[in-house]
Design a protein around this ligand. Structure first.
Ligand code: SF4
Length: 275
């Protein structure tokens, strides 16, 4: 698969967010090469001029840190949580070359004493550990790592180019050892597939809290999910669709995560559902 990388300029980098408990969002890239089958950021394609399919292009916001600096030095005071990578992963492979996210972090650090921002990063990439030297200098900072499942085949099918789950757990471990506040973002939870018990157990020593998100399958991604399920898990297709139709499924899953967190005295911040 060929990926189109394009350098673009942005007019605004830190933007208001509608995500619960998140006031602002920063996305250094539009497009993502992690290739998750269930990706629901596809809608972002309409804001680009790309003809390529979602997953086959990345727009690199080359002036991101300069624009951010301009915004942070305007009269406006930024107060609250800013989520880096709210739409597309800020630590996808191309970041190692362009260091846009790293420069954004440096700018946030430079102005942290003026603004009351809690910097939150959400990623599926081991590459996040590269920035520990910066992250440890923030007064308020946390890194969440998304894990849906520990199963290698599942990850290969559904998240082919993201760091494998064991590397993501390692990222949490390294971050924690370096004094960074971390959380497990159990996402997306696939009914009948996501092994809540194993994921919480594998990460329990490296996270400060847990959040979860239900599979969002009503945003133009259903055909891809269906195709992958039928091709790689044909015998489980029927159970999977039944579980998705059953209203009790998410209550059951939420209770299970809650129970696992309680077992290890971890704070559970809830399961986010998509309507
Ligand atoms: S890491 Fe996130 S943005 Fe990237 S493909 Fe996966 S779900 Fe989409």
């Amino acid at each position: 698969m060929r990926t189109e990388f394009k350098k673009v300029t942005c007019k605004s980098l830190i933007n208001k967010s509608n995500i619960p408990n998140t006031q602002y969002a920063i996305n250094p890239y539009t497009g993502c090469t992690h290739g998750c089958v269930y990706c629901y950021a596809k809608f972002m394609k309409r804001y680009t001029s790309h003809m390529e399919k979602w997953g086959e292009f990345v727009d690199i916001k080359i002036n991101a840190s300069e624009v951010l600096e301009k915004q942070l030095t305007s009269r406006k005071k930024y107060d609250g949580t800013v989520l880096i990578g709210s739409v597309t992963d800020a630590y996808q492979p191309v970041e190692l070359k362009y260091k846009i996210t790293r420069r954004v972090l440096k700018t946030l650090l430079k102005y942290q004493s003026y603004h009351q921002l809690n910097v939150s990063i959400l990623t599926k990439s081991y590459n996040v550990i590269r920035d520990i030297d910066l992250l440890r200098n923030f007064d308020n900072c946390e890194v969440g790592v998304s894990i849906s499942n520990l199963d290698k085949k599942f990850a290969k099918v559904f998240e082919p180019f993201a760091s494998p789950p064991e590397k993501r757990i390692k990222a949490l471990k390294v971050l924690k050892e370096n004094g960074i506040r971390t959380y497990l973002f159990m996402s997306p939870v696939f009914p009948g597939f996501s092994d809540v018990q194993s994921v919480v157990e594998a990460t329990k020593s490296y996270v400060d809290f847990v959040m979860a998100e239900a599979l969002n399958y009503k945003c133009g991604n259903w055909r891809n999910i269906e195709y992958a399920m039928k091709r790689y898990y044909p015998k489980r297709w029927s159970d999977f669709t039944q579980l998705l139709k059953d209203n009790r499924t998410w209550i059951h899953i939420e209770n299970r995560i809650k129970g696992e967190c309680k077992k290890y005295e971890l704070s559970f911040r809830g399961l986010f559902l998509h309507k």
